[in-house]
Design a protein around this ligand. Structure first.
Ligand code: HEC
Ligand code: HEC
Length: 346
């Protein structure tokens, strides 16, 4: 491997040529020297180089010394101009190099994210293409009581908003351990998957590059929020849900990445929702559970905006695992308040 690099790279090839040319040059010089030295045998005293008469004093202290000084000055000029120039250019070069690395990581990560047909690990295949807009995954579930196995289509949430909802560490956890009850398998070596730490990091860098661009406050752009609002309002209008809060809780847009039901309602992700908010990956929110956990409405709103944090207390006796996403950058305050009011009435 190392040998391949030493032999194959263009730069090293040039270096090899220079090295060979100079080695050959030195050998020729050495041989020539030996040959001329042989001829000098016996004539050493007459021909010794240091016995040659040198310049007279006038030339030595005039023209010769001036020339040497001029060469010195020229080198000084090079040093005094080149050094500041180097200082000026170096930070730019460093930033450029960092950007290059970043781009390189994104390209590599994209290769891993791509579909199986394109040689990747098929994130794109389930999550709605290279832009990660959300998709479905074919999956088989087993009925725990009858043992019956059946095929379902499990919603795979959009990836292009993942960093609106989770920190980088939380995303890393999801990738490494997967969602073991779902088509999302563990991808990290620690979770029993195929990707090493570096590959996980490059996939993360790729996912960062496909995020929907944020507005000035770092939030989801207005147009997208209006799309969410319009869809929720439509669902209320056609009578699918009674309130805006209920509609937002169950919203399907982007394969559920704007909603709560996909984690808090069993079966929601594969089109067989059981009791809404009855608990699945996230806990049961019914029967006044949220009011007991958050006696203050404001506290519940703050929790849903920020999401949970690993090890951190929330509500009365909650301890976060980092798996409850934050919705503060995805939904408006009014939308979150509507969901909270719906949930507190359940
Ligand atoms: C077989 C289909 C499939 C493949 C392949 C797959 N995923 Fe997933 N992924 C899912 C499903 C389904 C979920 C949602 C699971 C659930 O219901 O909680 C998910 C969840 C996620 C989540 C969490 C999203 C959230 O908001 O909860 C992330 C991040 C993610 N996947 C990234 C990836 C990456 C990166 C890859 C490639 C290395 C990948 N997935 C490969 C199906 C897949
Ligand atoms: C990706 C899955 C996921 C989604 C989506 C999600 N939650 Fe959660 N939620 C959880 C998990 C997991 C917990 C448990 C806390 C933890 O593990 O950090 C939780 C905890 C909660 C709690 C505290 C419950 C208690 O009694 O401790 C509330 C309230 C809550 N979620 C509301 C919501 C609302 C409202 C939404 C939608 C805006 C939502 N969740 C979306 C996974 C999710």
């Amino acid at each position: 491997m190392v040998l391949e690099i030493i032999l194959a790279d263009t730069t090293t090839t040039i270096a090899w040529v220079i090295l060979l040319v100079s080695i050959i040059g030195w050998i020729i010089y050495g041989l020539a020297n030996i040959r001329s030295a042989r001829r000098e045998v016996g004539a050493e005293i007459k021909l010794a180089a240091n016995r040659k008469p040198y310049y007279d004093d006038e030339r030595l202290e005039g023209e010769k010394i001036e020339r040497t000084q001029l060469i010195g000055l020229a080198f000084l000029a090079v040093v005094t101009i080149a050094l500041p120039l180097y200082w000026i250019l170096e930070p730019g070069r460093m930033v450029g190099a960092e950007k290059e690395f970043q781009k390189q990581f994104e390209v590599w990560g994209g290769g891993l994210f791509a579909t199986t047909a394109e040689g990747g690990f098929n994130c794109a295949g389930c999550h709605g293409g290279m832009k990660g807009g959300g998709g479905v995954a074919s999956y088989a579930i087993t009925d725990p009581t009858t043992g019956e196995v059946k095929h379902v289509n499990w919603k795979a949430p959009a990836i292009n908003t993942i960093f609106y909802r989770y920190s980088e560490e939380e995303v890393r956890f999801i990738l490494e351990y997967g969602r073991p009850f779902s088509p999302m398998s563990a991808w990290g070596l620690v979770g029993g998957g195929p990707l090493n730490d570096q590959q996980i990091q490059t996939v993360i860098e790729y996912m960062k590059s496909i995020q929907i661009p944020r507005d000035e406050q770092g939030k989801l752009p207005n147009a997208k929020q209006q799309e969410i609002q319009a869809e929720a309002e439509r669902l209320v209008k056609v009578g699918t849900y009674a309130t805006l809060g209920e509609a937002l809780f169950n919203l399907d847009l982007g394969s559920g990445n704007f909603s709560c039901a996909r984690c808090h309602t069993k079966g929601w992700s594969y089109g067989e929702p059981q009791i809404a908010g009855g608990g699945a990956f996230g806990p049961n929110l019914l029967g006044g559970a949220t009011v007991r956990q958050f006696p203050l409405r404001e506290e519940m709103i703050a929790f849903i905006k920020a999401g949970s944090e690993f090890g951190k207390k929330y509500g009365e006796q909650g301890q976060g695992s980092g798996r409850m996403p934050g919705f503060g950058l995805m939904l408006t305050d009014e939308q979150i308040a509507a969901i909270v009011d719906y949930e507190r009435g359940q």
